[in-house]
Design a protein around this ligand. Structure first.
Ligand code: ZN
Length: 319
């Protein structure tokens, strides 16, 4: 499904990032693979799909039912900064969704491990909140909707985050100050990565998964990008030739953009109405394919654990 189609379906369907798209996750033999964790592409798709629904709308009220998230929610502060304010812009930084509001504050939402943000159809009755719906934002009519709507934050594992920060100093806040370059920004390049990696002994895979170097390149995407670039995941970051960094940077952008175009790998509702696995996953070259033949050289794909994460690669094509 292309993005335009996705956007269309969002116009009349409930907007949500769904969980547990791949219930047969164990099939890959990857015990720690958690299909529910939203990655950068999922948050980007969520941002793009929510944008027409949220921008221009006023937050009427906020209902907090559970404050114990990754950090405690502060209902009074949240209300003071957000209630009565119009959403002027929606942004993404790493895996944070940011709604800039009138009045100089930004509503910050992170989906954590299992968070889900749903734009509910206008309530017709006194419909109870969903299970694990910890925070609900009531939105005044506006934007693409003539009726009030509810933006529901649901998070069974409670690793998510809902807070408000001053927009002007957001970049200096402790949640954001350490974050490295956005892989989909113009600043991202092989040269930048090469510069940062100079002298580093850490495996290139660990280097790329460190948010201080580049944000949002999760385990699946880093495995795929390294395969495309022909680089062994265990190779020291400081020992990669300059031109190979260009190839790698290109591969990262390609892999992420492909996931975004296809709606994010865990956007189950929209990718996969028929109950089939999301098709981006079926198109993966190495991730989850241990023992299966490499699509290029036919040698079996290997899986090794690096920093507690499964690492898939082809011993023939990556060095
Ligand atoms: Zn191969």
């Amino acid at each position: 499904m292309g993005f335009s189609q996705l956007r269309l379906s969002f116009a009349y369907r409930i907007v949500s990032v769904n969980l547990g798209s791949f219930s047969q996750a164990g099939e890959a033999g990857d015990a720690e693979y958690n299909p529910a964790v939203p990655e950068l592409p999922e948050v980007e798709v969520l941002k793009r799909s929510l944008e027409p629904h949220l921008v221009g709308r006023r937050i009427r009220s906020i209902e907090v039912r559970e404050v114990r998230l990754r950090e405690p929610v502060r209902p009074k502060l949240l209300a003071r900064h957000c209630v009565g304010r119009r959403i002027v812009r929606l942004r993404r930084r790493a895996k944070y969704l940011l709604a800039d509001l009138e009045g100089g504050y930004t509503l910050v939402i992170h989906l954590g491990m299992s968070g889900r943000l749903t734009l509910a159809a206008p309530a017709t009755s006194a419909e109870p909140p969903e299970l694990h719906e910890h925070v609900t934002f009531l939105l005044a009519p506006g934007g693409a909707s003539r009726k009030p709507q509810r933006l529901r934050f649901r998070d069974p594992r409670r690793f998510g985050l809902v807070l408000s920060l001053k927009t002007a100093t957001l970049d200096r806040d402790r949640h954001f100050a350490h974050l490295g370059v956005e892989p989909l920004s113009e600043a991202f390049s092989g040269g930048l990565l090469a510069h940062r990696a100079a002298g580093r002994r850490a495996p290139v895979k660990s280097f790329l998964m460190d948010a201080r170097n580049v944000v949002g390149v999760g385990n699946i995407y880093v495995c795929e990008a390294l395969f495309r670039a022909g680089i062994h995941p265990f190779r020291s970051a400081g020992r990669i030739a300059r031109r190979r960094w260009d190839t790698l940077a290109g591969a990262i952008v390609e892999v992420l953009c492909r996931a975004i175009e296809q709606g994010g790998t865990t956007l189950n509702d929209f990718l996969d109405g028929e109950g089939n696995p999301g098709y981006f996953r079926t198109a993966l070259d190495v991730y989850g394919r241990e023992g299966e033949p490499c699509r290029r050289c036919r040698r079996p794909i290997r899986r090794k654990v690096l920093s507690h994460r499964s690492t898939f690669y082809c011993p023939g094509c990556q060095h």
